[in-house]
Design a protein around this ligand. Structure first.
Ligand SMILES: [Zn+2]
Length: 372
């Protein structure tokens, strides 16, 4: 559909080419199996049947998995969840199985408590020298992450060496395939280091702060700057924003997206005067009008918080199309939930007050990925 829309001029961005066919040789190898229930009422995909850490797939049998399956097994046993399908994929020498499940909502007591209170918005400035600077509108610093791993830069020499080993081998040979697999594992490792770091940062932010404001960055535009491109790509700001978005949804927190034209770096967070553009190497912000001096990234973070305070006040009910609000976990599971016979009487489910339902599909699909 992306291809046809692109051809018809109904799709923005770069032209999308004709879809490629799945390759038997190239990663990611993957396939999906649906869970059909037998006439006897037995599900096709079963978890923990042979041993606790196994997943049984139709036609394949029981597979040992690495990850703990306890919570999923308990939900399945209680009829609070149902496996819809399993996707088996192969990446960088490892097989993984992801189970798509239909599940009832968590009981209110088990949900993350909304962090109510006077705490306002926290501005989060993403940068290259300081990875993340977070501050409140009143100027208090909340979090500052100066060092970050720069995984791709650290691994660049090894990557070049491994790439050379691939191109030095004869095309189509087994040795070339082995060298390519080695390079693939290297890339997967770099990605894993980056992902782990981003999860640590995003967890720190969402665990303690209810309302976060980040700038919408034109990352594609920044990648056009050849001096910055590799560092910008390595920083994976887009991935950080994605993680913050879904983690705030889980926790009923809010994420405000600050307009990208808002001059967060150039504005004085003390007197609100907008100064002329600052070159990147200038790490300290000095106000020409009031003499206020602060770290560049801290000043920007404060300004982002100020923007969010002005545009979103303190209300919890925000207009649609604004920041990401609660994803709707507050909705209990009614009798129509396919994920089982979980009614209001169910010990693990909160009764749904009439009228409390929000416009959200009743089926909740969640992915539970586990490594083989
Ligand atoms: Zn000033």
């Amino acid at each position: 559909s992306a291809y046809t829309a692109s051809r018809a001029g109904q799709r923005r961005g770069r032209r999308v080419g004709f879809p490629r066919f799945k390759s038997k040789k190239r990663a990611p190898l993957s396939f999906r199996i649906r869970s059909k229930t037998s006439a006897a009422g037995r599900a096709g995909i079963r978890v923990g049947e042979r041993a606790p850490r196994t997943v049984t797939l139709p036609g394949i049998g029981a597979l040992a998995v690495r990850q703990d399956t306890r919570r999923l097994r308990r939900m399945l046993a209680k009829g609070r969840a149902k496996v819809v399908s399993a996707t088996v994929s192969h990446r960088a020498g490892r097989w993984a199985v992801s189970l798509a499940c239909e599940a009832a909502d968590l009981h209110e007591a088990r949900r993350h408590p909304p962090k109510t209170g006077a705490a306002g918005w926290v501005g989060v400035d993403r940068g290259l020298s300081t990875f993340v600077a977070a501050a409140r509108a009143d100027g208090t610093q909340v979090l500052r992450v100066d060092g970050w791993p720069r995984p791709a830069r650290a691994a660049a020499a090894r990557q070049r060496r491994l790439s050379r080993k691939v191109t030095g081998k004869q095309r189509g040979s087994h040795n070339r395939a082995k060298a390519a697999a080695r390079l693939g594992r290297h890339h997967a490792r770099v990605a894993a280091i980056r992902r782990r770091f981003l999860h640590q940062v995003s967890n720190q932010l969402v665990n303690t702060h209810d309302r976060l404001a980040i700038e919408t960055l034109t990352i594609t535009g920044m990648l056009g700057n050849r001096r910055l491109a590799s560092a910008v790509a390595d920083a994976a700001w887009g991935e950080l924003a994605r993680q913050l978005t879904y983690k705030q949804q889980w926790r009923a927190g809010q994420l405000a997206l600050v307009d990208r034209w808002y001059p967060s770096t150039k504005t004085c967070s003390a007197c609100r005067r907008v100064a002329p553009a600052m070159p990147l190497h200038q790490r300290t912000f000095t106000c020409q009008a009031c003499g206020y001096q602060a770290d560049r990234d801290h000043n920007a973070a404060v300004n982002l918080a100020v923007w969010a305070e002005q545009h979103h006040a303190q209300s919890r009910d925000l207009p649609a199309g604004g920041p990401v609000t609660n994803a709707g976990r507050g909705e209990g599971s009614g009798s129509r939930t396919r994920a089982g016979e979980t009614g209001p009487d169910d010990a693990g489910t909160a009764p749904t007050p009439p009228g409390a339902r929000r416009g959200r599909p009743r089926r909740a699909l969640s992915h539970n990925s586990t490594e083989l």
